[in-house]
Structure formats: structure tokens, C-alpha cells
Design a protein around this ligand. Structure first.
Ligand code: DC
Length: 227
């Protein structure tokens, strides 16, 4: 038996990865790391500094001394400021893929992610966790759903959070992000060869949670506490 178990959940935008990963982490008492929130926090910092998030030479200026804290309750702090809500706004969502395609920014965040994931039972969700950040993860899941399903889910989520958007805007933004994320040169969105493919188009949240738990049990033999 290994000391610690690492679970990587990758997949396209708005596939429900963070919702499912958070719930699974809670059931298993694992630490959950939302790596997308880190790219979003950098995007926010770039925009706040008045820099252009489509230009690497400008965007990297925010890196020195920058801190990102992911709290257990889901709060995200960027340089000490609570950015939990603002990083989900369209102004950040529409630019984050440009920031995520910049190698110096990825290298800085991947270092942080590996440090945060060390010596713990963890679940990370993102785009490159199984292929690049933790290539030796014990469990790799590629979670996806049709683009229409994903856009509708994100739309409902935004409504709940009070973020004003239309379904059409979200579908366009999801398609655009998927394209940029999977066509960047460095650590693009890609299914790891040894990942389990999980299509949640026809699964609700509880069913998706159970499907992920089943994969973790099959791969690691751990026991799932009553939930
Ligand atoms: O999961 P999310 O929508 O919050 O991710 C925001 C963006 O960050 C997404 O467009 C891709 C990028 N990302 C990435 O490139 N690598 C990760 N490990 C996580 C997110």
C-alpha cells in the first residue's frame, strides 16, 4: 500500500470536474486542489495591474512575489485579496486560456501545484494533471461531457452565483477555451494514455461522484467511508 494517493481529474472546460472532485475529496477526506483557480487568479492579477493578458512579456510581470492561497473552504486569495467570486466572471474566463498558454506562467504554477500536492492524499483537477503535473498519479480520470451539456451546466452555476451571462455566450466561450487549451504548445489539454475516460453527459452529480469513487476504488483498493 502506498503512503499517499494522488488522483488527477482532467477534462475540457465546464465538464463539472471541480464540483465532482470537491465532493469526492470530502467523502474520502482528501485535499482538493482547483488548479484552474490558480490560472484564473493570475489572469485577474494581470488585468488588475492594467497589463494585457494576451501578451506574455506583459503578463509575466505579475509573477515575482505573487502569492495564491487555496483555502479549504474554497476561498481563493491572490496576493492576500479574496478573488473567489471575481475569477469566475466572464472578464477573467474569456482571457484565462491566453494566460494558461504562457510557458513561464505554467512553470510557476506547476511548481506550486506539485509542492501543494506533495505528501498528502490529494485530488487535483485541471487540464494537464495526468499528463504533466503528476504523470505518476495513482488514478487518472478524463472527465468530459458534450459541449451543450457543459455550457448549460456552467450557465446554471453562474445563475446560482449571480453572474450574468447568456447560454450562447457561455457555449461560445467554452468552445473557444477548449480550442486554445488543446492547441497550445506546452502541456496542452489531452487525455493521458492511462486515464479512465468518463463521459458524464447523461449522469447527474451524484452519479458522477459514484462513478469517480468506483474508479478510485478499482485503481487503489481503498475503502470508501459511508456517505
Ligand atoms: O477549470 P477552469 O475552467 O477553472 O480553468 C481555467 C483555465 O485554466 C482553462 O481555460 C484552462 C486553464 N487550465 C490549465 O491550462 N491547466 C490546468 N491544470 C487548469 C486550468
Amino acid at each position: 500500500m502506498k503512503d499517499f494517493i494522488t488522483v488527477a481529474i482532467d477534462g475540457p472546460a465546464a465538464a463539472g470536474k471541480s464540483t465532482i472532485a470537491k465532493k469526492v475529496a470530502k467523502i474520502l477526506n482528501f485535499t482538493y486542489l482547483d488548479t484552474g483557480a490558480m490560472y484564473r487568479a493570475v489572469t485577474y492579477a494581470v488585468e488588475k495591474a492594467g497589463l494585457n493578458p494576451e501578451i506574455e512579456e506583459e503578463s509575466v510581470k505579475v509573477l515575482p512575489g505573487m502569492t495564491i492561497d487555496l483555502k479549504e473552504d474554497g476561498t481563493v486569495l491572490c496576493n492576500g485579496e479574496d478573488v473567489t467570486k471575481v475569477i469566475r466572471e466572464p472578464v477573467v474566463s474569456s482571457k484565462v486560456s491566453y494566460i494558461a498558454a504562457m510557458k513561464p506562467i505554467r512553470l510557476a504554477l506547476v511548481d506550486m501545484q506539485r509542492a501543494l500536492a506533495a505528501a498528502k492524499n490529494v485530488i487535483l483537477d485541471g487540464r494537464d494533471i495526468g499528463t504533466y503535473v503528476l504523470p505518476n498519479a495513482d488514478v487518472k480520470i478524463f472527465q468530459t461531457a458534450s459541449v451543450e451539456t457543459r455550457a448549460k451546466r456552467r450557465y446554471d452555476e453562474n445563475l446560482e452565483k449571480g453572474i450574468a451571462t447568456t447560454l450562447e455566450e457561455i457555449e461560445e466561450s467554452v468552445r473557444k477555451r477548449d480550442y486554445i487549451d488543446s492547441h497550445r504548445d506546452f502541456a496542452p489539454l489531452r487525455e493521458a494514455e492511462d486515464a479512465v475516460h468518463l463521459d458524464t453527459s447523461n449522469l447527474n452529480i451524484d452519479e458522477s461522484v459514484e462513478a469517480v469513487l468506483k474508479i478510485i476504488v478499482e485503481k487503489t483498493g481503498i475503502e470508501v467511508p459511508c456517505h
